[in-house]
Design a protein around this ligand. Structure first.
Ligand code: SF4
Length: 357
């Protein structure tokens, strides 16, 4: 039942002869109060609860493992009903917290600086499994939703699981439910152009982060293979079509000798000129499964400085949870095959949300 909207809940309940107001009560219990135990839904009649418990499931993903880093970052390994697993990362910060969630098991996009990209796609998550990650976190940490930035930067390419992700976003943002403002939800993509055009027509639009990789089509095609289908020009055109609240965040994972030279910085600045953009410079987390090394601190500083000189806002992201490989850039490979199936990554997430405006 988790992942259904109020109309769908009403339709299900109608099959058992229940009036529409029951759906409102149940919806509020699941999403607004995050109460999922039938016996605790005391605004519902005892008879209804007993019948509903027999018929409907309110199961969340199961917490299989929790790793806590010294900086407070927590990495959750979550088991799904069919034995698959995804990861979720919670990053506490003084003024706000960030929850990084997954949209697919594995990922078909195969970005070459990403461990999840080496796994291929196992399957899409359902809306219930996406919302379930947030519910699981909020039930462990009371009151967390008010100060949460939610980022789709876990396993998977959200725009390749479009319908489920957008349904989940509508549920998460519903003021009658979990009421997470779309301004505090960031969808991160490696550049699925048709998905961006669909997104532009949505009523509820989250903030957008785009993994750029390189300002050069040939290099970008090497790093982010979807660029062979949708090149930089078509990507930026699609980005322009999305109604922006403020800016688009471009994620740029710095790779030694590949995309971190001064000419790359100048080309990036040129590409983004007159674009409402800010750039997050992401340190690569080295991993044996990846063919790249992180850029050195001097190259990073020089890159950022050149962007500044060209009036491009550029932020260097601080890694979080490094002692548990929780920095969402690349995690978990090198573990058992079962754990590798939950290797976690997307667009070099480092714990800092890209665009809370
Ligand atoms: S960076 Fe994101 S889109 Fe690319 S392969 Fe990794 S999970 Fe998929």
């Amino acid at each position: 039942m988790i992942g259904l909207d109020q109309e769908e809940i009403a339709a299900l309940l109608a099959e058992t002869g229940q009036p529409p107001y029951r759906a409102r009560q149940l919806y509020a219990s699941i999403y607004r109060r995050q109460v999922l135990e039938w016996e605790r839904m005391t605004d519902l009649s005892r008879n209804f609860r007993a019948a509903a418990a027999e018929r409907f499931s309110l199961e969340l993903p199961v917490l299989r493992e929790l790793q806590a880093a010294v900086d407070g970052t927590e990495k959750f390994l979550l088991g799904l009903h069919d034995g698959q697993a995804v990861e979720m990362v919670f990053i506490p910060e003084p003024k706000r917290d960030t929850l990084c969630i997954s949209s697919q098991v594995g990922c078909p996009a195969a970005c070459r600086f990403c461990v999840t990209g080496t796994l291929g796609l196992k399957r899409n998550l359902t809306p219930g499994e996406i919302v379930g990650q947030v519910l699981l976190c909020s039930r462990r940490k009371a009151g967390i939703l008010k100060r949460l930035n939610l980022v789709f930067m876990g396993m998977g390419e959200p725009l390749l699981n479009y319908d489920a992700v957008m349904k989940a976003i509508r549920l998460l943002a519903d003021p009658q439910g979990m009421a997470i403002s779309p301004r505090r939800i960031t969808l991160s993509t490696c550049g699925i152009v048709p998905g961006l055009h669909r997104l532009a027509r949505e009523a509820v639009i989250p903030l957008l982060a785009v993994s750029l990789g390189s300002p050069d089509d040939a290099v970008r095609s090497e790093l982010i293979p979807v660029n062979r289908k949708w090149n930089l020009e078509s990507l930026l055109e699609a980005c322009r079509a999305v109604p922006l609240r403020k800016w688009i965040t471009f994620e740029y994972t710095l790779l030694k000798g590949v995309n971190d030279r001064p000419e790359d910085a100048r080309a990036l600045a040129q590409l983004l000129r007159r674009f409402p953009a800010k750039v997050n410079l992401i340190p690569l987390h080295s991993h044996p499964a990846l063919p790249y090394e992180p850029s050195g601190p001097e190259a990073v500083a020089r890159f950022q400085e050149i962007l500044f000189q060209h009036d491009v806002s550029a932020f260097l992201r601080r890694s979080r949870g490094e002692d548990i490989q929780a920095a969402c850039g690349q995690l978990a490979a090198g573990q058992s095959s079962a754990r590798s199936a939950a290797a976690f990554s997307c667009q070099g997430f480092t714990g800092a949300p890209p665009a809370a405006s």
